[in-house]
Write a protein that binds this ligand. Structure first.
Ligand code: FPP
Length: 234
C-alpha cells in the first residue's frame, strides 16, 4: 500500500460552481478558501504530511481586476478565521511563489502566517501564490548558475542538490496530484516535483470536493502500482 506523504491539489472550478448557483465568481473563491481548511483537516487526519495548494498562478493576473483583487484579499479573511485553529492543530504554513509581486498587505498576511507557525511540526500546509513552475525552475537555474560563477557550487550536481534551489526546498516529491473540476491539465504546477506523482482528475468543482471525495482519491492512490520507472514485481 502506498503512503501519500505529499498531496498537491489544483483547486479548479470555483467560478463555474458559483455561476451554476447564480452567484458571482468571487463567491466561488470564498467557498474555495473555506474548503482549503476542510480538506487540510481531512488530509491531516488521513496521514498526509505535506499538502500543496494552487491558489494563484503567475497566469491568473490575466483575470478581471475585480477578481484578482478579491483573491488577493482572501488570505487576510482566511487566516483571520482559521489561523488560531491551524496553530492549535499544529499546522505549519508555507507560502511559495514570487511574493514580491503581491500587494504589500497580502504579502504581510502570508509572511505572518509562516512566521506564527514556524515551530509547528504537524501538517505542512503550502499555499502557492503567484506561483508558476517554469518560472520556479528558471529562477532556480539562475541562482545555481550564479553560485557556480561565484565558486559556491560545483558544475556537476545531482537532481537532489538542484532541488535545493527550488521553492519547494526540503519538501518530499509529490506522491499524488489531484485536479478538480474535470479539466485534464497540469497548468504549470510543480512540474519538477510531480516527476513520478500519480495523477487523479475528479469531476467535482473545488468547493464541492469533500473529505469523502478526498478519501476516495487516497484509497485509489494506495492501490496504484508505483514503479518509478522500474519493473513490476510479480
Ligand atoms: C480556480 O477556479 C481557482 C482559482 C484560480 C483560485 C483558487 C483560490 C482559492 C481556492 C482561494 C484560496 C485562497 C487561500 C488564501 C487559501 P476558477 O476560478 O478557474 O474556476 P473556473 O475554471 O470555474 O472559472
Amino acid at each position: 500500500m502506498n503512503k501519500c506523504r505529499h498531496l498537491a491539489i489544483i483547486m479548479d472550478g470555483n467560478g463555474r460552481w458559483a455561476k451554476a448557483q447564480g452567484k458571482p465568481r468571487t463567491a466561488g473563491h470564498l467557498a474555495g478558501a473555506d474548503n482549503v481548511r476542510t480538506i487540510a483537516i481531512a488530509a491531516d487526519q488521513a496521514g498526509v504530511e505535506y499538502l500543496t495548494m494552487y491558489a494563484f498562478s503567475t497566469e491568473n493576473w490575466k483575470r478581471a481586476a475585480d477578481e484578482v483583487n478579491y483573491i488577493m484579499k482572501l488570505p487576510a479573511v482566511f487566516f483571520k478565521k482559521y489561523m488560531q485553529e491551524f496553530i492549535d492543530r499544529g499546522f505549519r504554513m508555507w507560502i511559495i511563489g514570487e511574493l514580491d509581486a503581491l500587494p504589500a498587505a497580502t504579502r504581510d498576511v502570508l509572511m505572518d502566517a509562516m512566521e506564527k507557525s514556524k515551530t509547528n511540526t504537524g501538517l505542512n500546509l503550502i499555499i502557492c501564490m503567484n506561483y508558476g513552475s517554469q518560472r520556479e525552475i528558471l529562477l532556480a537555474a539562475k541562482a545555481y548558475a550564479k553560485d557556480v560563477l561565484e565558486g559556491k557550487a560545483d558544475l556537476d550536481i545531482t537532481e537532489e542538490q538542484f532541488e535545493d534551489y527550488l521553492m519547494t526546498k526540503g519538501f518530499p516529491p509529490v506522491d499524488l496530484l489531484i485536479r478538480t473540476s474535470g479539466e485534464l491539465r497540469i497548468s504549470n504546477y510543480l512540474l519538477w516535483q510531480i516527476a513520478y506523482a500519480e495523477l487523479e482528475f475528479v469531476p467535482e468543482a473545488w468547493p464541492e470536493f469533500t473529505p469523502e471525495v478526498l478519501n476516495r482519491c487516497l484509497e485509489e492512490y494506495q492501490n496504484r502500482d508505483r514503479r518509478f520507472g522500474g519493473v513490476k514485481n510479480v
